[in-house]
Structures are given as structure tokens and as C-alpha cells.
Design a protein around this ligand. Sequence first.
Ligand code: 5GP
Length: 288
Amino acid sequence: MLPPRLSGRSRRKAGENAVKARQERAKVKEMITNGEIFFFDLFGDERKSVKRMKMIDLLTAVPGIGKTRAELIIGRTGISPSRRIGGVGKRQLELLRQEFLLIKNSRKPGKLLVVSGPSGVGKSTITNQLRTDDRFWISISVTTRKIRTGETNAVDYQFVSDEDFAKMVQKNEFLEWADFAGAKYGTPRRSVEEALASGKNVILEIELNGARQVRKNSKEAVLIFIEPPSWEELTTRLINRGTESEHSTQARLERAKEELSAAAEFDHIVINHQVEQSVAELVSLALR
Ligand code: 5GP
């Protein structure tokens, strides 16, 4: 059957609508790739342009699904690659869900990243920038140090008594632990292992002895050392931070000399001239 003849005006209108629909589809694909919307949410989307999207185009927009994987999924679910998403049935949708679950469960474990460096160098400021980045998970350490003004329990640290810390050591609950300037600090093993298994890149912000323990137990860990631009700059930062007593500041500066001389033991060194730049370097080291 021949398509109906269109007047000039109707043809122009149809052309404009087609362009608009194409733009809408491109926008949807971009949003899926950026993680702003989720694949399965689109199946309830009533927009005509969305309903007319092809399965193959939509699948390949999902982060982590390339053409080969998309074809594999399509083959296993029996959905035609040119099938419009508005035409996918309930049973096929369920099969798709199972495929996505399989992908999630077979995801590569994340990397273990150790960020170390002298007290006052800016490690927390750098790692804090990655808290909202869902590729990363920042471990919350356990410590016997006194809570500082502005800190929150279970957010900055899990603050515990000496006795509770000792019990955790005894039960082998730490991946590593160390003494630092009169207090104890440790990384809880279980939460780190769970985060790694779920595919997150885990960041441990810890001092030198802890970093050495991680190196000894895990050859795959990536050790990153944050260096100050100069010794003077480090001293000024630590003093201006105003979080420590005179005694603790001195203890930290003494330790800083020792830590700085161990920089060569690390896989990478990042000089913290500027926070954004250091964060960018850390991300690129983590993801390569
Ligand atoms: P602050 O008292 O300034 O928060 O931390 C003192 C030092 O302890 C910093 O160098 C920090 O990176 C380190 N630290 C924090 N948590 C841990 C941990 O779980 N293990 C080890 N070994 N060091 C930690």
C-alpha cells in the first residue's frame, strides 16, 4: 500500500516532528549514559518518542553495555534488536531484569586505593570530594582519638574507647591498624570487603604504618602518597588548621618527617598544590 500523500505543509510538520522526536531520543540516551535516568524506568515512560526507541539503541546507551553485550542480551531474551521499547512484553521485561542482575553480580571487584601522607597535607579534603562520586567508597575508620568540634561519629570516624578498640583487634576485625600521635586508628575489614565486592573503588585514608600493612597483605592495592608543595607549607597548614594542641602538633610534625621520607615506597606521588587538581590525579590513577 502506498503511503498517504501529504500536502507541503503537512510534510513540513511531519519533518519537524521527526526531528523533535530524534532529539528527544538522543537526550534520553545521553541521560541513561550519564546515570540521570535508569533503563527500567523508561518502560513506564508514556512519551511517544521514548516508546518508539529501539532496544539495541537503548541497551548500548547503558554504561558498561557495549554492542557485543547488548547483542548477547538480545539473543538470550529473544527480543528483536529493532523492537521498539513500547512493544516489549511483561515476560521479556522480566528476562531483561534477570540479565541485568547477572551483569551486576559478575561485575569486576573494585580497586583498593590507599591514600597516605603526612598529617595536614590535605588527604581528607581531597578524599571528601569523592564522597558523592558513586564509583568510590570511602572507608570510615575506627579511632580512640577524641572527637573534634565539627566531627560527627560514624561519619568522620567511628569513635570508640581503648577497650572496644582492643576487642576489635582481638577479634581480627581490622584490615590494618596503627598507633598515631597518642591514639589508635583502624580500618574495619568487613565493610571494605563488601564495598570491593560490590564493584566500588575503596579509598582508605590512612597513615604510613597502615599503608605498609595493606601493601604486605594485598599486592593489588594501589598506594598513593600525597605530598605537600613544601615543608613550610605543611607546617603552616597544620598550625592554621588549629585542631591540635601544641603537643599533638609537634608529634604530628615529627611523624611527618618520617612519613615524607617513605614516599618512595608508594606506587604514585601526588603533590597537593591545589585540591581540584589532586582529586583529578587521584581519579585518573584509580580508574586506569
Ligand atoms: P587525624 O587524627 O588527623 O584524623 O588522623 C591522624 C592520622 O591517622 C592521619 O594520617 C590519618 O590518615 C590516619 N588514619 C585515619 N584512619 C586511619 C586508619 O584506619 N588506619 C591508619 N593506619 N591510619 C588512619
